[in-house]
Structures are given as C-alpha cells and as structure tokens.
Design a protein around this ligand. Sequence first.
Ligand SMILES: [Fe+2]
Ligand SMILES: [Fe+2]
Length: 210
Amino acid sequence: MNAKVLELPLPPALPGLGDWEQRVRLMVRPRRYEHVRRVAQLAYQIALSNGLSFSEANAAYTAGILHDIARDLPDSELLRLAPAECDIDLRHPLALHGRAGRTLLEHWGYHDQQVLEAIEDHTTGPRAGHQISACVYIADVSEPGRGVNDDIRELALSDLSSALNRAIVSKVTYLQGRDLPVHPRTLKRFEALPKPPASLILTPLPHAEE
Ligand SMILES: [Fe+2]
Ligand SMILES: [Fe+2]
C-alpha cells in the first residue's frame, strides 16, 4: 500500500450503505470485494484532495463500493441487463458490467443518479465534467492492489483532471497500438479531450480487468 494513500482520511460509516455493501459481498468473489473496498477508499481520498465536498466524496465512496456489483455475472446475464450497443459489447460482454450494474441497482430500488452514472461509466470513461465518475474511474485503474498506474494515482491526488486525461489517452493509445478495438463510448471521451502534450502519453495501461 502506498504510504501517501495511508495518510489520507477514511470516510465515516455512511447510513444505509451497509445493506448495499452486503449485496456486493454476496455478488462478487472475495478478491474482488477487497478491490472494491480499496477503490472506494481511494475514490473518497481523490475527491477530498481535489476540493470536492464531503457529500460528493461520500458519493464517490459509495460508487466505489458498488461499481463492480455485476462484474462476476455470466456473459448471458450481462447482455440481458445491458443489451449490446455495438460489436465490442457483443464480442466482449465483460465491458457491459458497468451498465449492467446500474440496471441491477435501479431494479433493486437504488436511485442516486450521481452514483449510478459513476457505476455505469467506470468501464468506458466518465462523461465530461462528472467529477464523481472521474474519481471512481481513476481509483479503479490505479488502486494500490492493481500494482500498476502508481503515477496516475499520485497525479490524481493533486490534479484529477490531468490524471483522467492521462488515463484515457494511455488506454486508447495502448489499444490502438495493438490494433485492438476501442469502445465507442471511450473513443467519444478521448475525442472530447483537449489535445494532450506528449508528456501525457506515458503509461501503457493494462486493462485486462476493469
Ligand atoms: Fe473495479
Ligand atoms: Fe469494473
């Protein structure tokens, strides 16, 4: 665990989250549950260190806990919950687990739209200007248990916007450099970014598991 992360604050117990967290614990493998707890903690810390309010940081923490709720469902269930929008979705249904997680939570009565958007977008990239989604996206790709993207995590703790640009540019560059398809939603985020300086294109992001 990165020392800087350990120095940062933890969120208070959030009313009502315990029952939802218990559902996550039942839905995902034990190692995944440890991952979601690290993502939640880091998303909260990124939010606070970038000047977001405690309310927004709590939403980032909540989305971190819930973001992978559909991650261990079979492909057939992912496609049922989140019908394919493109060829990539059909060929790689795992990419649907963000949208599927949102559908599942809505079906169960969860309705915080900021949290739901962060969950939906964590696989393909946050919509422009959605700070809570950005916190969760960055925390997901850089939480210390991943063992990669330490530079993005460090950058996010002081400059979320630059970290997000770097993460998306790196992901698209990595995929395109290997002739792998880029999800249309990710490409849309990428094309909306200001043209980055070459210094941003540094990190080959391994995104085997999102
Ligand atoms: Fe995740
Ligand atoms: Fe995920």
